[in-house]
Design a binder for this molecule. Structure first.
Ligand SMILES: [Fe+2]
Ligand SMILES: [Fe+2]
Length: 470
């Protein structure tokens, strides 16, 4: 078990006190981080007490410590999962060799890039969500939003530690850049497109945490396989926190659906908008949007970068160790989708080149599980939600810009543009209606009319607990 230093400025289990240089470097980065949090974190409630979970160690019982804290005083720490003794590289050209405790020179720039891209998404989502606190549907939800936000902040710390600790001067420069790029900024935006749009309403927030945080889960899970052991251990611990973010999304949408179904039954109608609920058709359009944006995050179907990262041992597959193959994929092929005159077809491609697609497949399977659960509720009124076809509304890879319907049919460009604007993606009217529902509800235990109460409160506290206090 690694020892935890919780008394120093930066709580950590990486022995920061023994590495003065690194400690000084991180302590000089910290005020810049707090400054960033205060300017680009939540637009309000910065001085309120919030009932938050703080990681104080990585052990079963210690990593989730609950109590009131003012967000700018949150103890953002650096925690790596315990090392596995004699851990060996599990895949790629170096399979079977000892994992690396330092960065090999030949992989330095690739590893740095992977860490920077992952790191960039963490503060980006905090920036995207910063205005949501003004319209929370309950104190319970407000607290969950802040929990997600402070943990994304900690995920940034996790990546900053690696950059400062293992990449020297250019790592420190990258660490500074991570606070200088801003979501949606004209001149210096965040790296990935999906992280440059503000999250404007709570329905979008729930879909974002369900679909886009789940992309995070799959990226972290494949980096957890990395031969670079500190990266692996960092990602393993981040995954625990990530699970809560997806919980917020899955249960958030579940509660919206429950309320919709209640109103549909009560008023015997599909159109619950005059009763302040959200129609299933609107939910489907929001789902279509967030799902397709998240699919793009996995990159092109075939990619030499992905093949190189795998061969080098930098980034593995989801659950690499549970797969029964040679973990090198040298002579293996798989089918990948393509687009030609006849529409969507499947072509054979080297499995090594198709790793983005393999990860996307695993992601899609995972996404479907929650939809299935939501549909159990929707069944009561004969409705359902569906994941659209993988080719719908894509901006990356073979389907980019192609006129494919949510059912996977190739349609005329004209029909595509028309239906995308009116039936398949959130319309201006949808957005306006959802925006009209966004009124803060800050009385303990009370919920906005468009969402049901959660099944239980946070950490065995009652639902009407004062999760955020003045
Ligand atoms: Fe994260
Ligand atoms: Fe997350």
């Amino acid at each position: 078990m690694t020892t935890v230093d919780y008394n120093s400025l930066i709580p950590n289990n990486v022995g920061l006190a023994e590495d003065r240089r690194l400690q000084r470097a991180l302590e000089s980065w910290q005020p810049k981080f707090v400054e960033w949090w205060k300017t680009l974190g939540p637009v309000a409630f910065q001085n309120n007490d919030v009932y938050l979970r703080t990681a104080v160690s990585v052990s079963q019982e210690g990593w989730a410590n609950f109590g009131y804290v003012k967000m700018p005083e949150y103890r953002w720490g650096i925690f790596l999962a315990d090392p596995q003794p004699d851990r060996k590289i599990g895949f790629g050209d170096h399979k079977g060799q000892d994992v690396w405790q330092e960065v090999p020179g030949e992989y330095r720039s690739d590893l740095r890039r992977l860490i920077v891209v992952q790191g960039d998404t963490e503060p980006a989502s905090v920036e995207q969500q910063r205005a949501l606190c003004l319209t929370a549907p309950s104190l319970y939800d407000l607290r969950n939003l802040f929990q997600v936000n402070v943990e994304e902040g900690r995920h940034l710390w996790a990546m900053i530690y690696l950059l400062h600790g293992y990449f020297g001067r250019d790592g420190r420069d990258e660490a500074d850049e991570l606070l200088l790029r801003h979501s949606g900024a004209e001149d210096n935006p965040r790296i990935l497109g999906a992280f440059n749009e503000p999250t404007t309403d709570w329905l979008s927030f729930y879909f974002f945490t369900y679909f886009t945080d789940r992309d995070g889960k799959f990226q972290l899970a494949s980096l957890k396989e990395s031969a670079f052991d500190p990266l692996s251990r960092t990602c393993e611990f981040m995954l625990k926190e990530e699970a809560h973010h997806m919980f917020v999304g899955a249960t958030g949408i579940g509660r919206v659906i429950q309320r919709t179904v209640e109103l549909m039954k009560e008023h015997d109608t599909d159109d619950v908008s005059s009763f302040g609920g959200i129609n299933v058709s609107v939910l489907q359009r929001y789902l279509n949007l967030h799902y397709s944006l998240s699919l793009d995050l996995f990159g092109a179907e075939t990619s030499t970068n992905a093949a190189n990262y795998f061969a080098a041992g930098l980034k593995g597959r989801f659950h690499e160790d549970r797969r029964e193959d040679d973990h090198q994929l040298k002579d293996v092929t798989r089918l990948v989708p393509a687009f030609d005159q006849s529409g969507v077809v499947m072509n054979e491609a080297p499995a090594l080149l198709a790793l983005n697609e393999t990860l996307r497949d695993d992601y899609i399977e995972d996404c479907a599980k929650g939809v299935e659960r939501w549909n159990r509720t929707l069944q009561e009124v004969g409705a359902e939600l569906r994941l659209p076809h993988v080719g719908f509304n894509r901006n990356v890879g073979v389907f980019s810009g192609k006129p494919i319907s949510p059912d996977g049919l190739v349609v005329s460009e004209e029909k595509y543009q028309a239906l995308r604007a009116t039936e398949w993606l959130p319309t201006a009217d949808d957005r306006q209606y959802i925006q009209s529902l966004m009124k803060p509800v800050l009385t303990p235990g009370k919920m906005a009319n468009w969402i049901s109460a959660p099944a239980t409160g946070v950490h065995a506290k009652p639902i009407d607990y004062e999760y955020v206090r003045a």
